[in-house]
Design a protein around this ligand. Structure first.
Ligand code: PLP
Length: 386
């Protein structure tokens, strides 16, 4: 192992408001989705080079950068992307809100699969189009949670919308959808004239050596009906640099999308572009491999810990992301689990209610095993002393 993910820097930086300083000092933060690991060296070197040069002027995405993104799609997935399909965006949340502005209609809604990333629930407020839900069906085996697509409901709800916003891999459930499920969802969308917007920000954070398929890779017809949103931000832990890419093979959709990006002047910061170049160049892939291994270890540790030490608590076995989903509905806690653990264990998690399922929390295990263990010990103790 060349990288030591057991050692994480102190993020309680005076004057900075971040995951570690947002809450009081005695709280362990396992909430917002960034990791506690420094970004890989090639990215930091690239940023240092830009800072040392000294001029942080305006920059646009260069052709070599767009070629780097395209090459990565081909190398990872055999997806032949043309650089001219790629539109840089100031993040994936901006990316899907732009799509909703460009293509949403107040008469027809947008489809989502709760419990799902909280920003998916905000699109209705941001853009003024109705949200239509096709929740997963929850299954429980011993204390392990599985979530499956309810196909009848998905088909029914698809008729009410003009856009499907898919989170693939799924936050907070950690699902890596099979090609079969992706094809089936895409088929239903095409049948109903529903545009697919695929948030694939977590696509490289794979556990257990899982394989990921971009929705748009499935067929030319699906690619023509899909806006894919990719970014190096989660994978290489540079989300604060706000840089992502919309990949849009359909020229009409592409041009309309670019217009809205232009109207809103969504220019990516120059350091975000530099970081993306280094991140997608391949120079950070060894780091990523070791990160995936470490995160898989954290996931195993977490599931094992909950299974052994927290009776009646249920948990997912995420196949991707550094996010786990825990169900406390069997415990009859006097408060929401978010409030309970915040007050009694001094652990900050993400409240399941913001994703669309009360009685649950999302736990961010993108940290050192020792911090993860401390947080779990605190949680276990607070449950025992109820
Ligand atoms: C599914 C998903 N999409 C988008 C984002 C945020 O993307 P960005 O910071 O690029 O807007 C997150 C962050 O947690 C996420 O989980």
């Amino acid at each position: 192992m060349a990288y030591n993910f057991d050692r994480v820097p102190n993020r309680r930086i005076p004057g900075a408001l971040n995951k570690w300083t947002f809450y009081p000092k005695d709280v362990l933060p396992l909430w917002v989705a960034d990791m506690d690991f420094p970004a890989p060296k090639p990215i930091l070197d690239e940023l240092r080079k830009a800072v040392n040069q000294g001029v942080l002027g305006y920059e646009l995405a260069s052709t070599p950068l767009l070629e780097t993104v395209a090459t990565r799609m081909d190398r990872l997935y055999g997806w032949k992307v043309k650089p001219e399909w790629i539109v840089p965006v100031t993040g994936i949340v901006s990316g899907f809100n732009v799509a909703a502005r460009a293509f949403g209609s107040p008469k027809k809604g947008y489809l989502v699969q709760p419990p799902v990333y909280n920003e998916f629930h905000e699109v209705k407020n941001n853009v003024g189009i109705p949200q239509v839900d096709a929740p997963f069906v929850k299954q429980v085996k011993a204390n392990i949670l599985h979530y499956e697509i309810d196909w009848d409901l998905f088909k029914k709800q698809a008729k009410k919308v003009s856009m499907f916003l898919i989170c693939s891999p799924h936050n907070p459930l950690g699902i890596v959808f099979s090609r079969r499920d992706l094809s089936r969802m895409a088929e239903i969308c095409i049948e109903n004239n529903v545009l697919i917007v695929a948030d694939e920000i977590h696509s490289e954070l794979l556990l257990d050596e899982k394989k990921f398929t971009p929705m748009a890779k499935l067929s030319r017809e699906i690619a023509n009906n899909t806006i894919t949103l990719m970014a190096p931000s989660k994978t290489f832990n540079v989300p604060g640099l706000h840089c992502g890419f919309a990949i849009i093979p359909n020229k009409e959709l592409h041009d309309e999308y670019v217009k809205v990006v232009g109207h809103l002047r969504l220019h990516v910061a120059s350091l975000g572009l530099h970081a993306a170049q280094a991140a997608f160049s391949g120079q950070c892939d060894e780091w990523l491999k070791e990160l995936q291994y470490y995160l898989t270890g954290n996931r195993n540790f977490l599931v094992d810990y909950v299974t052994k030490n927290m009776p009646d608590v249920r948990i997912t076995i995420p196949q991707a992301t550094y996010l786990a989903w825990l169900d406390f509905t069997q415990l009859n806690l006097e408060k929401s689990p978010f409030e309970f653990f915040f007050e009694k264990a001094k652990v900050a998690l993400s409240d399941g209610a913001i994703f669309g399922e009360k009685g649950h929390v999302r736990l961010n295990f993108g940290t050192s095993r020792s911090i993860l263990k401390q947080a779990l010990d605190r949680m276990q103790k607070s449950l025992h002393s109820r």
